[in-house]
Write a protein that binds this ligand. Structure first.
Ligand code: ARG
Length: 258
C-alpha cells in the first residue's frame, strides 16, 4: 500500500510538472528552450535559408532574447495565422513574425514593447495606369493580400470602415504568393508590409511600390494572454537589446540604407 501511494504521488508530481510545462520555473513550453512561432516567408524579418535553417531580423532578435534568458531558441515555422494561434494555445512561447500590434489581436494575446515600425504599402505593376495612389484602390477590381494580416483586415473591411469590402480582396497563403498573383495579372495590386514589398520588387522586375503609405504600424512580440511573467522577462531582455544598440545592429545587417 505504501509503495502504491508513493507511486501515485510520483505520478501526480510528474503530471503536474507536465501540466505547467516543465520549463525554467515553468516559464516556457519546453525545458531550456524558447519556442518562437513564425511564418518564415517574410523577408527580411524571417526567411528560410538554403540549408533549411532560419534567418532574419526577428530570428536574430529572438536568439538574443533567448540568450539573455538562458534559453535556446527554437524556430517553429508555420502559416501566419497558425503562428499567432500557437502562443494562444501554449504551443509556442513567443510569436515573432513582423506582427502588428492590433486591437483585435490584443483581445487574445499580449504584446511586448514595440521593436520596429511597419508600413503597409501598395505594390503595382510598373506600368499600372489604373492605380497610382491609395485613392485608386476603391476602383481596384482586386487587391491581393496575405491571409490573416492587417493588410487583409483593412482592405476587406466595409467601405464605412475605410475598407473596400471582401469582394475586392483575395487572401493568399503567403505574401510571395500574392506577388506571384500580381505578376500573373490575377490581382491589380498587393497591400503588404514595406520591407517585404521592397524585397519582392527587387526580386521581380516590372513591379513598383506606390509612394502613398497605406498604414503605419508597430511590430511587437506576442505572448500568451495573461502570461505576465514571460512578458516581463522578454520585455526586459528586449529593452536591454534596444538600449545597447543590438536591435539596431540586427536591423542594419538586413536593411541596407540606399
Ligand atoms: N504586419 C502584418 C500583420 O501583422 C503582416 C505580418 C506578416 N508576417 C509574416 N511573417 N508573414 O498582420
Amino acid at each position: 500500500m505504501k509503495k502504491f501511494v508513493t507511486l501515485l504521488l510520483a505520478l501526480v508530481i510528474a503530471l503536474s510538472l507536465a501540466a505547467c510545462g516543465g520549463g525554467k520555473d515553468g516559464l516556457t513550453v519546453e525545458e531550456g528552450k524558447l519556442h518562437m512561432s513564425t511564418n518564415a516567408e517574410f523577408p527580411p524579418y524571417e526567411m528560410v535559408t538554403n540549408d533549411g535553417g532560419f534567418e532574419g531580423i526577428d530570428v536574430e532578435i529572438a536568439g538574443l532574447i533567448a540568450g539573455k534568458l538562458g534559453l535556446e531558441l527554437v524556430v517553429d515555422d508555420m502559416g501566419f495565422t497558425a503562428a499567432l494561434e500557437a502562443v494562444q494555445n501554449g504551443k509556442s512561447d513567443i510569436a515573432m513574425a513582423g506582427i502588428t500590434v492590433d486591437e483585435d489581436r490584443l483581445v487574445n494575446m499580449d504584446f511586448t514593447d514595440t521593436y520596429a515600425t511597419g508600413i503597409q504599402v501598395i505594390v503595382v505593376p510598373e506600368g499600372s495606369a489604373a492605380i497610382d495612389s491609395v485613392d485608386d484602390l476603391e476602383s481596384a477590381a482586386l487587391i491581393g493580400t496575405q491571409e490573416g494580416t492587417t493588410g487583409y483586415k483593412y482592405c476587406s473591411d466595409t467601405p464605412e470602415n475605410g475598407g473596400y469590402g471582401e469582394d475586392h480582396v483575395v487572401a493568399y497563403e503567403t505574401g510571395a504568393m500574392a506577388i506571384q498573383a500580381l505578376l500573373a495579372g490575377k490581382v491589380d495590386c498587393v497591400v503588404i508590409d514595406n520591407q517585404p514589398a521592397q524585397e519582392y520588387v527587387k526580386a521581380n522586375p516590372g513591379l513598383k511600390i506606390l509612394d502613398t503609405e497605406f498604414a503605419v504600424e508597430d511590430y511587437a512580440i506576442a505572448v500568451k494572454k495573461g502570461n505576465s511573467q514571460l512578458l516581463d522577462e522578454v520585455n526586459k531582455a528586449l529593452g536591454e537589446l534596444i538600449a545597447d544598440g543590438s536591435v539596431q545592429r540586427v536591423v542594419d545587417k538586413y536593411i541596407k540604407a540606399d
